[in-house]
Each structure stands twice: as structure tokens, then as C-alpha cells.
Design a protein around this ligand. Structure first.
Ligand code: DC
Length: 242
């Protein structure tokens, strides 16, 4: 039996700007588990494709690009993802740009690319456990997850959060444009044929429009002991004490 066979998984899916990354990282840090930001894989591929001038509909070239990508993740002691390196260069900030997100969302409709990324994402499943965020974590990549959360927030609120983040980084931003881009990305992510953004049947839906992510985190903490009970025979695998 592989160590991943027993290691529990928690998934946090949702649209861009819902706060899923923050919630997933808080949970990973709290539990001392691994963390996978699946969007970062699509984003880093988008960046590499852009650098190499590959047409976004060219599945063959994108497929061989992803198979040969030199990507490294550097994590802190709590195993939260902190930096992403492409060919040895720290690209953590650049992959967060709206442009990269939009290209990633276009690449994400391609079935062949999703198939390759599926294997890559499942490689992150290791003991003592994994917290992951994305669009199809609970539905396709880790359907066996012990806890699945689907985090939403209305698109105006998500655009406002993004606007604030960009301003804080000293980057010029246009709220109307951000709202439009978020709406377009939602449309593509929700409506694609292959592994669209949607909640798993057994996911808990949470709306962060009027709630701080910290409050949502506190709520999720209350559910953990019950959801993780099945692993109680392995006390070292997780720590549900604050
Ligand atoms: O979560 P994010 O904004 O970093 O994701 C960027 C894009 O990558 C998103 O618009 C669609 C794609 N994506 C996906 O299709 N499936 C995932 N599990 C994660 C991201």
C-alpha cells in the first residue's frame, strides 16, 4: 500500500477570488499537511507557453511543453506553498497576474492538458495529508476527499478584493475591467465540457461574500474532528488542536 492510499485529503474548490487559496493554506498550516495550489500549475504552464509563443489551442505543443516543464515548489516548514520556480527562476508573483490567469483558464479547457495535469496533481497526495484548492479537486482529482468545501462569493465582491490586492502591491487597476475579466473567466471555467468548475455532490457550500476568510476557517475547524475521525488510529497524521 502506498503512503498516499491512507493519507486524507481536503479539497477547497471555487471561482477566482472566492478566498479558496487563503482558506486552503490556513487549513494546511493548521494541520501540518501538504498544500497544492492547482491553479499555480495551470498558471505556470500558461507562462511557459506564452514565453515560447505556443498557440493556446495547440494541444500537441502544449502537451510536450508540460511534460518537459522544469517547475519547483519551495515550501515553508508548515508545508504551505510559498514560491514557484520555472527553469530556476522565481515566477511566484508573475503567475498571479490577470493575464496569466486568463491564459491559464483558456488552456484549462483542453482535455489532453487536463489529463496530464491530473497525474501531476495526484503526485502531491502524500502523508500526513493534503489540502488542495482549485476548480475540480473534489469532483475529478480527489473524489475520495474526506472534506470538500465549495467556496463562493459574488463577482462584484471578488473583483473588489482583487482590486484591493493590486492597489496594495502598487499596481494600477481598473475595477470595471476586473469585474468583466472575472465574469469572462467564470463563464469559461463553469461552462467548459471537461471538468468544469462545480461543487461535488458531497461538498459543503460556503459563501464568503459577507464573511472574512478567518471566520470561515474557524467554522471549518469545528467540522474537522468529525471529518477526520476515520483517521483517529493514526494520531501523528494530523493535529486538530489549535
Ligand atoms: O485558481 P486560479 O485562479 O489560480 O486558476 C487559474 C485558472 O486555471 C482558472 O481560471 C482555471 C484553471 N484551473 C482549472 O481549470 N482547474 C483547476 N483545478 C485550477 C485552475
Amino acid at each position: 500500500m502506498q503512503e498516499s492510499d491512507k493519507a486524507p485529503v481536503i479539497t477547497v474548490d471555487g471561482p477566482s477570488g472566492s478566498g479558496k487559496g487563503t482558506l486552503a493554506q490556513l487549513l494546511a498550516q493548521h494541520l501540518g499537511w501538504h498544500y497544492l495550489d492547482s491553479g499555480a500549475l495551470y498558471r505556470v504552464l500558461a507562462l511557459a507557453a506564452n514565453h515560447q509563443g505556443i498557440t493556446l489551442s495547440n494541444q500537441e505543443d502544449l502537451g510536450s511543453l508540460v511534460q518537459n516543464l522544469d517547475v519547483q515548489f519551495a515550501s515553508d516548514s508548515a508545508r504551505a506553498l510559498i514560491r514557484v520556480f520555472l527553469d530556476g527562476v522565481d515566477v511566484s508573483d508573475i503567475i498571479r497576474s490577470e493575464d496569466c490567469g486568463n491564459i491559464a483558464s483558456k488552456i484549462a479547457v483542453l482535455p489532453k492538458i487536463r489529463e496530464i495535469l491530473l497525474v501531476w496533481q495526484r503526485d502531491f497526495h502524500k502523508a500526513p495529508g493534503l489540502v488542495t484548492d482549485g476548480r475540480d479537486m473534489g469532483t475529478v482529482v480527489f473524489p475520495e476527499a474526506v472534506l470538500k468545501i465549495f467556496l463562493t462569493a459574488n463577482s462584484q465582491e471578488r473583483a473588489k478584493r482583487r482590486y484591493k490586492q493590486l492597489k496594495e502591491k502598487g499596481i494600477e487597476a481598473n475595477l470595471c475591467l476586473l469585474e468583466r475579466e472575472i465574469a469572462e473567466r467564470d463563464e469559461r471555467d463553469y461552462k467548459r465540457d471537461n471538468a468544469p468548475l462545480k461543487q461535488a455532490n458531497d461538498a459543503i457550500i460556503l459563501d464568503s461574500t459577507k464573511l472574512a476568510i478567518e471566520d470561515i476557517f474557524q467554522q471549518v475547524l469545528l467540522w474537522l474532528p468529525d471529518k477526520l475521525q476515520v483517521y483517529k488510529g493514526q494520531p501523528k497524521a494530523f493535529n486538530t488542536e489549535g
